[in-house]
Design a protein around this ligand. Structure first.
Ligand SMILES: C[S@@+](CC[C@H](N)C(=O)[O-])C[C@H]1O[C@@H](n2cnc3c(N)ncnc32)[C@H](O)[C@@H]1O
Length: 279
């Protein structure tokens, strides 16, 4: 089992969590995710929610609040050739498979820049793809070049560890918020608000922050109270905030201290035990 009180080591150096909430069983580490994986035993995580770099930052421009703005998110998101993107994805997805319990599952977010590599890597590694969820953005920025359709969707691939996994799927709970009908894999009702609500940015902004509503739907669909959720690229801590609200245990990693400072403040300001159902 993953031990929350255990101290982890990298090259003989003990690593302390950047943030630890013992009551809610939430931990954040400021590390390279590949180093941290080496500390995690096999078969110990119920669910992985990963929002990895999309590798889309290539000096392009987009429209933000009516102005031309750069699409660059940071060094960590710089475009790479397809082989390098695939090598990166295969490496962390291999480790993710190792640490998942036999009935565990994984969500991976992306756009066309990375999602085909992610999908291919998942299949190469023997995961079973369960769904390709599409969420439609209500307020996508217009395409300034006028050479393409407006990019108005992102993807979340959901996969189980193997084809033999008996993955968690809270079908009835999801039906209750889908007007009594089975929930579809196109999520368009989530975006009744700006991409990320302002209340989720009050401690600072992450350039690719996910809306809590999107993460919440994934977590509640595929995990149960007390399950251990792992996010290898946790950024400003959205997955952790959702896990705290839904009473899931959580471990998040990011190698950017600035983003983790935002995550820490968001987590400290979040009450647990308040939400057991979807709104
Ligand atoms: C798409 S963002 C995640 C955003 C997050 N879902 C949120 O809502 O704030 C990807 C994150 O991965 C982190 N990252 C990139 N490469 C990493 C690595 N090798 N180890 C740890 N973190 C990494 C970046 O710092 C960035 O915060």
């Amino acid at each position: 089992m993953f031990n929350f009180n255990q101290q982890y080591k990298i090259s003989e150096n003990t690593i302390s969590p950047f943030y630890y909430d013992g009551a809610s069983k939430i931990k954040l580490y400021n590390l390279d995710t590949f180093s941290f994986f080496t500390n995690i035993p096999d078969n110990c995580v119920d669910l992985i929610f990963a929002d990895p770099p999309y590798f889309l930052s290539s000096g392009g421009i987009t429209c933000g609040r009516g102005k031309r703005v750069s699409v660059d998110k940071g060094e960590w998101d710089k475009s790479r050739n397809i082989e390098a993107v695939h090598e990166f994805n295969k490496k962390w997805l291999l480790e993710s498979k190792r640490i998942l319990k036999k009935n565990g599952s994984i969500w991976v977010c992306g756009t066309f820049h990375n999602i085909f590599s992610v999908g291919f890597a998942l299949q190469e590694l023997g995961y079973k793809i369960l769904n390709n969820v599409v969420w439609e953005k209500q307020d996508p920025p217009p395409n300034l070049t006028q050479k393409y359709f407006t990019h108005a969707s992102e993807h979340l691939i959901w996969a189980s560890k193997t084809k033999y996994s008996k993955h968690t799927f809270n079908y009835d709970l999801l039906k209750t918020i889908s007007n009594g009908k089975p929930m579809k894999s196109v999520w368009r009702d989530i975006w009744k608000m700006p991409s990320v609500d302002n209340s989720e940015k009050k401690f600072g902004k992450h350039p690719t922050q996910k809306p809590e509503e999107v993460v919440k739907r994934a977590i509640i669909a595929s995990s149960n109270v007390n399950d251990l959720v792992f996010d290898p690229f946790c950024g400003s801590g959205t997955t952790g905030v959702v896990c705290k609200k839904l009473n899931r245990r959580f471990v998040g990693i990011d190698n950017n201290i600035g983003y983790l400072k935002i995550a820490k403040q968001r987590l400290a300001a979040t009450n647990n035990n308040i939400e057991h159902t979807l709104s």
